[in-house]
Unconditional design. Sequence first.
Length: 148
Amino acid sequence: MGKPNYDSKMFCTYLDGDKAWLLIEQKAMGYDVDFDSLYPEHFLTEVTSVQNEEKIKSMIMPGEEYHMFEGDCDNYCITSLGRIFNAKYGTQSKVYIAKDRITTNIRTTKIYFAAEFMKMGWSFNIDTIKRDYDKYKWAYHYKGINHN
């Protein structure tokens, strides 16, 4: 087994098996043990909203604005180009584009893009947003007439 390749997109963590068994045995004998000590520090740190916003800033395009949601949709944001990002994991979510609306679901909340764009003072045009999705090959679900 060779040295792990940290430049790859796959992330692996190796635990010390001897240390794990020692902690299990100590726990079985009634000792107070800290299983968190088995994991690297980056598994135990909380991701703050500042870290999330830094991740978002690294993913948006020049001139693209964003707004972080709050409440049930925290860790998600909407952008002025009609994208939805999960800031915690740095992923772009698929949206539903129809001939008369753009929506998506975040947890238990349905997001209506026209209303969100209006709140932010952004121009909302379904054709323009769909063209950008096609141009940049962003994934989406489409229901409606073809907007070539």
